[in-house]
Design a protein around this ligand. Structure first.
Ligand code: COA
Ligand code: AMP
Length: 624
């Protein structure tokens, strides 16, 4: 048996032994003696008697071990033309001081803090400062509109918001303060303060409850790490579900630290002093886990890149960063590679930058299409590793464990399940399917450490959303199959979640915005294939009788509304006005069938359909 098989088997046969051993990579103020607490099943907790501080493990531990001079973070910002490196000592000190500043505002263990910041070092400092105090951060991605921010403020009930005055997109400067102010007119919850880091590209006007980051920090005393229970929440990260209301995915402290430390060594093959770069955003789970926490827990150097794969300034940006900073491994989304490939199909750019240190390209966030896999593989001269995970899981469910035992690659497959993930393919009745049979991908409970224990403040919603469909399993929402060698092929979502340029969105929330237009009688939004972004949302709209609006005007109104209500990141542009939508006899719109036809599949006509002629009339529109 190889090292992978051995680890995987042991993680399922002896989870206590496996995870308690993995927990030795973490410094605990009280080491756990028990791995899994199943007393409140189906809600499981890991390391119930352990106690630790995550920021201590990410920072102080390395300084205390004599590695304070090692580089912790490299900030590289082509959009501002600036950059800076932080040693572990410097980052620890900045985090301790900002933690002291937050404590001075009354933030303590269990309090929530919303972080609304772009890809700047202060975002990392704010997150780790919360962790230091045992406070719970909730980072909101900058591309969301005020209403989305408001929903998160309402649900998390933060004591403080920490923000920057602006984010910088290649096409424009995005002022954050007006977005926050508008969100606060929508949400009924009132945080005590908003701390604003002023950036020179657009300084914010500060109001009564607003505090300037720099002045606040100048007066603050450093705060030490506060021990918390392993089961205490470290953060809440909101993600799109199938309804318009985002789900507050909870991450605990202990399981998270243990799982991430395990992955850095065993999946990514990255250890102390290695330079690691995740080109994503701190607003997404990939950013939480692999820009901030995992590389620092491992004592590696993390690159924080404020820029895009193309246009900042060109399609060589990624290779420049790898070359300049000596990056060992890059983790990004397939979309980023597709964007580079579109501009530089013959791969002239990589040849301009010596990349002697570069060992592996990791891709996740959406399906890695074989064409993109082959382009990267052929032109970059490193293994290209597809791996599959979700906001909920916090770390890869399936991957090629490059550090533990590199396995052969199969293009189109995310390789094999990682320890603790008992992945099964189920049919609609919950029966486990055979190799190569496609079905719903589910994971046998309990989920391993680091996966969500619940949704913020709503155990019942957690159970209803993920555990109800199949008794004893977590429903991933993805469909796919496993082959004879145990390789997992993830084929796409089976629900109304779509993936636009690696950004997860709910068609339900876009539908809600479209449906609120006075001319719209009913609508369906589905994700359709896009060569660059993987998927794009597309709306099919039935007008109210007597509506006089032209198709063009309606489209402009709807596009503007989705930008305003959800955000530019939805990339919503496509509206088709149709006579009717296909429905079941009980009135449910046949979205799944519509999706299948739009994706070019030979969808069978469901037996429950009310009027097959409606679907026939829609077919050419869906295919067009
Ligand atoms: N703050 C404010 N606005 C943002 C934003 C942010 N943090 N991120 C994106 N936006 C805006 C963009 O400016 C754009 O607005 P526009 O319609 O006015 O031009 C819109 O949201 C869509 O942005 P984006 O998805 O970045 O599309 P793009 O066409 O500008 O760029 C790519 C395409 C492929 C270069 C880009 O999507 C990309 O870098 N993808 C990588 C994805 C990724 O890292 N995903 C994380 C999961 S691992
Ligand atoms: P998010 O929660 O934003 O990380 O999105 C998770 C979803 O992205 C998953 O449920 C999948 O649909 C999709 N996804 C992520 N990684 C992969 C992958 N490697 N292959 C296929 N789909 C993926």
């Amino acid at each position: 048996m190889g090292a992978y098989d051995e680890s995987y088997r042991r993680s399922l046969d002896d989870p206590h032994g496996f995870w308690l051993e993995a927990a030795e990579a973490i410094s605990w103020t009280r080491p756990p003696t028990q791995a899994l607490d199943a007393s409140a099943a189906p809600i499981f907790r890991w390391f119930p008697d352990g106690e630790l501080n995550t920021s201590y493990n990410a920072l102080d531990r390395h300084v205390d071990a004599g590695d304070g001079e090692r580089t912790a973070l490299i900030y590289d910002s082509p959009v501002t033309g600036t950059g800076r490196s932080y040693s572990y000592t410097e980052l620890r000190d900045e985090v301790a001081t900002f933690a002291g500043a937050l404590a001075g505002l009354g933030v303590g263990k269990g309090d929530r803090v919303i972080v609304y910041m772009p890809m700047i070092p202060e975002a990392v400092v704010a997150m780790l400062a919360c962790a230091r105090l045992g406070a719970i951060h909730s980072v909101v991605f900058g591309g969301f509109a005020p209403r989305e921010l408001a929903a998160r403020i309402e649900d998390a009930g933060p004591k403080v918001i920490v923000a920057a005055s602006c984010g910088i997109e290649p096409s424009r400067v995005v002022e954050y303060k007006p977005i926050i102010d508008e969100a606060l007119t929508i949400a009924s919850h009132r945080p005590a303060y908003t701390v604003v880091l002023q950036r020179p590209q657009a300084e914010a006007q500060l109001g009564e409850r607003d505090l300037d980051w720099t002045s606040l920090v100048a007066q603050a005393q450093p705060a030490g790490p506060v021990p918390v229970a392993a089961t205490d929440p470290l953060y809440i990260l909101y993600t799109s579900g199938t309804t318009g209301r985002p789900k507050g995915v909870v991450r605990d402290n202990g399981g998270h630290a243990v799982a991430l430390a395990w992955t850095m060594r065993n999946v990514y093959d990255v250890g102390p002093g290695d330079v690691w770069w995740t080109a994503s955003d701190v607003g997404w789970v990939v950013g939480h886990s692999y820009i901030v926490y995992a590389p620092l827990l491992a004592g590696a150097t993390t690159v924080l890149y404020e820029g895009k794969p193309v246009g900042t300034p060109d399609a060589g940006a990624f290779w420049r960063v790898i070359s300049e900073h000596g990056v060992k491994a890059l983790f990004t989304a397939p979309t980023a590679i597709r964007a580079i490939k579109k501009v530089d199909p013959e791969a002239a750019e990589p040849a301009k930058y010596p990349m002697d240190t570069f060992r592996t390209l990791f891709l996740a966030g959406e399906r890695l299409d074989p064409e993109t896999y082959h382009w990267a593989h052929d032109h970059l001269d490193v293994p290209v590793v597809d791996h599959w995970w979700q906001t909920e899981t916090g770390w890869p469910i399936a991957a090629n464990p490059r550090g533990l035992e590199p396995l052969p690659t199969k293009p189109g497959s995310a390789t094999v399940p990682m320890p603790g993930w008992n992945v099964q393919i189920l049919d609609t009745y919950g029966k486990e399917l055979l190799p190569h049979e496609e079905g719903s991908i589910a994971i046998k409970l309990p989920l391993p450490p680091g996966a969500l224990p619940t949704l913020w403040g709503d155990d019942q919603r957690y159970i209803d959303s993920y555990l109800k469909e199949y008794d004893g399993y977590y429903l991933t929402g993805d469909g796919g199959y496993i082959d004879d060698d145990g390789y997992i092929f993830v084929m796409g979502r089976t629900d109304d979640v779509i993936n636009v340029a690696g950004h997860r969105l709910s068609t339900g929330s876009i539908e809600a915005v479209v449906a609120s237009n006075p001319a719209v009688a009913e609508c369906a939004v589905i994700g359709v294939h896009d060569a660059l972004k993987g998927q794009l949302p597309r709306a099919f709209v039935v007008l109210k009788a007597g509506a006089t609006v032209t198709d063009d005007v309606l489209r402009d109104e709807l596009v503007a509304a989705v930008r305003r209500e959800i955000g530019p990141v939805a990339a919503f542009r496509d509206v088709s006005v149709v006579e009717a939508l296909p429905k079941t006899r009980s009135g449910k719109i046949l979205r799944r069938t519509m999706r299948g036809i739009a994706d070019g599949r030979d969808e069978p006509v469901p037996s429950t359909i009310e009027d097959p002629a409606v679907l026939d009339a829609l077919r050419p529109v869906l295919r067009g």
